[in-house]
Ligand binder design. Structure first.
Ligand code: URA
Length: 451
């Protein structure tokens, strides 16, 4: 080719091959993903590519190449100056799922380092970055240097992908949200694992959600996503422990960005019990026992004590302050966080037991209020959302308040209230809620199996 650069695969042909159920080569995958991350490939072509992947799936080899190309679209973070054992944690996304907001300071208060790249709200699910940014002044667009320095100094950091960090995921995540291509096992696995592999941790903890409020609607499909993530970790020589957890109903009581932060603060202050606290403690226990030794039960006891004794809250306040946020949120969330102009208490029309809550409907109602985005790049309203305090198994009385809608207008509140009422099934018999954790998957088992 006489000194001219080697011809790159034509991106249109890459899309066509995937559309026709072909298998992409390493070179095709890399050139498409890196080209998109550089801005050389337009959104419309990337949207067609994502749709083809969504419809036709990707083999584990293609998923591995996709993940690695996403990692290679930016810098990686070695965390050489961090002397504590390093854990990273990620959820595939749920409704009222603020485990990260609790887990990160909790694990750091127990002697671990947590350096976490998070995402924004996708579809009906909330995003840690959107939640954290509801704290006035808090920055999540840290440079790699800032990210590394913060975790070395205080033991924890939560930031977003930037031009430096997994930029391909940043761009594709937003495009998937806007094109209905989120709920794909290989695309979710690559998105999650690219962010985890870009940061050099000793343990990757993943929370793969299953149920109406998750992208994976059944424990079986969530288990497939969990196994894919474990294979990607093992293939990259990294340790991962992955839980499939219940998302058949909201995990906590708050759905909305500032509302989620306020709930996390109540848990960090030891004021609120429930499944959000229990799951945060379970993950902290797994991280501590895996990296510092001791039993799971002992590690969970330490985590409970850090929540009840204030150590986790102090670490949260320090993290918020270090990222430029108003640390008084840890003392007085209501005084610091934005509040929606309209707050309307809501009740159900029937007396009986809550047997089912359509978590996705609640997530969509919160997104409609402005807590999520309809189009790529839309701003979110940090103040709006839904608080819903009843959960499956609870007995409720008709007319008794079970939640509050936080909205910009009374009309928005009325619309959301109608959706929430339609999303909750009340029956005569108490239903047994599903377990909090359906199962665990471990990269060590892949290696042992020679997979
Ligand atoms: N979380 C991510 O980071 N990526 C996804 O695709 C879904 C959830």
């Amino acid at each position: 080719m006489n000194g001219s650069p080697e011809a790159l695969p034509d991106p249109r042909e890459v899309v066509e091959r995937k559309r026709d159920r072909g298998q992409l080569t390493r070179e095709e995958m890399r050139s498409f993903i890196l080209g998109y991350a550089r801005g050389d490939i337009p959104d419309y072509l990337a949207a067609a590519f994502l749709t083809a992947c969504y419809l036709n799936g990707l083999s584990i080899e293609e998923t591995t190449e996709l993940t690695q190309a996403m990692v290679d679209s930016g810098r990686t973070i070695a965390l050489l100056d961090v002397d504590r054992p390093k854990v990273d944690k990620h959820s595939t996304g749920g409704v009222s799922d603020s485990v990260t907001l609790v887990f990160v300071p909790l694990a750091a208060s127990l002697g671990l380092a947590v350096a976490k790249l998070s995402g924004r709200g996708l579809g009906h699910t909330g995003g840690t970055l959107d939640k954290l940014e509801s704290i006035p002044g808090l920055r999540t667009d840290l440079s790699v240097d800032e990210f590394e320095a913060q975790v070395a100094r205080i033991g924890c950091v939560v930031a977003g992908q930037t031009e430096d960090l997994v930029p391909a995921d940043g761009a594709m995540y937003a495009l998937r949200d806007a094109t209905g291509t989120v709920a794909s096992i290989p695309l979710i696995a690559a998105s999650v694992m690219s962010k985890k592999l870009a940061v050099n941790s000793d343990l990757i903890l993943l929370d793969v959600k299953a149920g109406s409020g998750a992208f994976m609607k059944t424990p079986e499909s969530a288990a497939e996503l969990a196994r894919t993530c474990v294979l990607l970790a093992a293939g990259a020589g990294r340790r991962a422990r992955v839980a499939v957890t219940d998302m058949t109903r909201p995990l906590g009581t708050a759905i909305g960005n500032a509302l989620d932060v306020a709930e996390a603060v109540r848990i960090l202050r030891g004021e609120e019990r429930g499944r959000l606290r229990d799951l945060s403690v379970r993950f902290a226990g797994v991280a501590v026992s895996s990296l510092l030794g001791g039993s799971q039960a002992e590690a969970e006891q330490r985590a409970e004590a850090a929540l009840d004794g204030g150590a986790a809250l102090d670490t949260f306040a320090l993290m918020v302050e270090t990222q430029g946020g108003d640390h008084r949120v840890a003392e007085d969330p209501a005084g610091v966080l934005p509040r929606a102009p309209h707050r309307v208490d809501m009740a159900l029309d029937r007396t009986g037991f809550v047997v089912e809550i359509d978590a996705e409907a609640l997530g969509r109602a919160a997104a409609q209020l402005g807590a999520g985005r309809v189009r790529k790049g839309d701003p979110v309203d940090p103040a709006v959302g839904i608080e819903f305090t009843a959960t499956v198994g609870d007995h409720v009385e008709a007319g008794q308040p079970v939640g509050t809608i936080h909205s910009r207008t009374p009309e928005d509140a009325a619309r959301a209230e109608a959706v929430v009422r339609g999303a909750v099934t009340v029956g005569d018999e108490a239903a047994d809620p599903p377990p909090m954790v359906f199962g665990w998957y471990d990269s060590d088992d892949v290696e042992e199996a020679g997979g």
